[in-house]
Design a protein around this ligand. Sequence first.
Ligand code: GLU
Length: 476
Amino acid sequence: MTPSSEPSFRDSVELMYSRAVKLTELSPGLEEKIRVCNATYTVRFGVRLRGKIHTFTGYRAVHSEHMEPVKGGIRFAMSVNQNEVEALAALMTFKCALVETPFGGSKGGLCIDPREWEDHELEQITRRFAYELAKRDLIHPSQNVPAPDMGTGEREMAWIADQYARMNTTDINSRACVTGKPINAGGIQGRTEATGRGVEYALQEFFRYPEDIAKAGLSGTLKGKRVIVQGLGNVGYHAAKFLAEEDGCLITAIIERDGAIHDEAGIDVEDLRKWIGDHGGVEGYPKGKYVKNGASALEYDCDILIPAALEGVINLENAANIKAPLIIEAANGPVTAGADEILRGKGTVIIPDLYANAGGVTVSYFEWVKNLSHIRFGRMEKRQEEAQHRLLVEELERLSADKELGWELSADFKDKFMKGAGELELVRSGLDDTMRTAYQAMRKVWHERDDVEDLRMAGYLVAIERIAASYRAKGL
Ligand code: GLU
């Protein structure tokens, strides 16, 4: 039954969990254990800035510790509250289980508008927040490993890593206390774009299955598909850019804070991103049509809708008007439980958040492993691989010459074939494999079980079974 009023974000996630768990054989005790958020720490701290003390409120929620460390981003936004971080922490638990990153779920947030502060002020605030969390092991390489989220990025992660290292001077693994760091502070190639890249890989995988494409009432490949993207932040920007540049999609609308740009001929993502950087919004962009009421563009006709910003943007008010037959949730929780039901009723296929945006935590996992192993991926193998491939190419060329076969390997082939995989290639390969494998696990449940209507339920079921198995293995 569709809820008559919109539940909170946390209730929305719980409703989705409840719908899924009904389809399992879990004992009521275990069902409850997986549902509840284990702990949420609230901190209020003061920082002296601009001649007076400012008090900030922050949170770190730990949803499930069936695996440790627990993992999840830290968000900087005025809208942050306990309810939100708990919902996001729960999603992290299910997300990590679905893509098999060996973590429990956590999430943090600080109520702050980062744009109101100078860089050095933000650094002081971030370091102080990190200090408060680290001294309670809520930042710790083996206990709790934050990452970027809305309003935070590499820079904040570098401050957090440094703060932790200052507090733990003899911890050789201190860099593994946080992921999403810049390369020079222990980060990994490909982390910044990982979530957007994951969205692209998820769509590529979806489009490998004609039955799944047909369920969405679509046909063909990604090429030429008309895509609407809501939010041109880190995730939306990278997803839109890769889909346009590499998969031949047409980005027909981009929705931002101050309105939307609509252009059926396709928007130049890079160009619009630059415009936003220079002008602070999309208004005035000379190409396409500017639409003041950005949210109305969610309802435009298209093939694929990518909400890549805040939670709850597709809700009881607009769900019935959404025309996209396929929605991929690049954001966390962009479709409320009520909207989800309306969309299911209409036959809309939703590739759910716990899968669709898991590229970020997947590459975070690679970064954490890199930090713990203290060596960059590919450092030992790359040249050895190149030498092997060179041997093969030379042998083929020798054979061709000896036997006068007249074979000639193209320069392009030789270049590509002889290049050993470096860190970026390995990260992409690992991410692609993760996105494919998780989708296959989900679609198997989707297609094989009559009681499973949608991919979201399938994703939850795969995740819940794995979490339950870990709890059982612990003897719970
Ligand atoms: N904040 C991201 C998410 O919601 C990344 C979390 C991580 O890398 O730990 O999935």
